[in-house]
Write a protein that binds this ligand. Sequence first.
Ligand code: SAH
Length: 349
Amino acid sequence: MDCLLDFSKEELKEILASLDIKGFRVEQIFVALNQGKTFTEMNIPSEIKEKLSNNFISQPVLILDKKISRDGTVKFLFRLFDNNIIEGVLMKYKYGYTLCVSTQVGCRMGCKFCASTLNGLVRNLSAGEILGQVIVANKFLGGKLGENRMITNIVLMGSGEPLDNYENVTKFLKLVTSQYSLNISERNISLSTCGVVENIKKLADDGFKITLTISLHASNDEKRKELMPIANKYSIKKILSACKYYFKKTNRRVVFEYVLVKDKNDTLEDAKSLKELLKGFPTHLNVIPLNSVEERNLIGSTRERANEFVQMLTKLGQSATLRRTLGEDIDGACGQLRQKYIDNNGNIN
Ligand code: SAH
């Protein structure tokens, strides 16, 4: 069954017309869906509720469980209508709340340090399933729409590779930034990719102006191949040239992520070649010691080494920050999200 949140207000108008539902209901139903209401909770006649629920799912994402970290970060386990489970992470900052959403169930990119890819890709999420995560988290916080929404920022950095699900992800971007939905500005949305070059360019050509974040993690192709299989397909040079194209078209500074892995990519020589690589290109670098993932035998660098690494970059004139890790104690930190299963007794594994 289709999920009604997959559709824009204009598409909804056509759908309702095909079900003989009057046009004046369009805005009411679109807004109610984006407020997180099910058909039963909407203030509409029962025959309309029946028509809609016979044909469509209203809310595709339900909060199955949540864990709250010592630092206030909330990790949600979301259940989808086909019982797949995905995770989302809610972080509180001075300016508001950021939600980290998943874009796929699992992932096929195979990065050596990441938990989301352990079982490969199960399926893509639809636009409505990505939007549904924002809607339930906003509702959880008591948020409404417009000025009264609680979610202010979105990062597409949960499970999955967003640029491996291009159509649905870009549809989601159009929906979540639209007036009667959450109306979140593109400036407040970041998309993180391991570097699917064609789709970085396509994103710029299609007129999106979100913050592009690249998971770089190495300063040369040899080292990158040891950590990320995608490096066999696209060289760092190709990725950087796509980033320059993105910058030229959007005027948005590209952000690079660099996970520090002990004895792999964390020497001061690595810092120097990283600076060399990004020379002359306005970028910001987020450095983060690898978060431990049980099944992966890679270790994060020490905090001391991470500090030295960032100091070296700063000394060389590269804008860089050492990121705080949030939600580590609840397995909600970067790279720790995974698909969970429910066993026959209803326990979450
Ligand atoms: N597929 C996308 C987005 C999901 S991963 C991407 O590759 O960017 C979000 C970020 O978490 C990426 O920068 C990823 O490299 C990083 N990450 C993955 N595993 C990690 C781990 N164990 N510790 C720290 N960061 C990790």
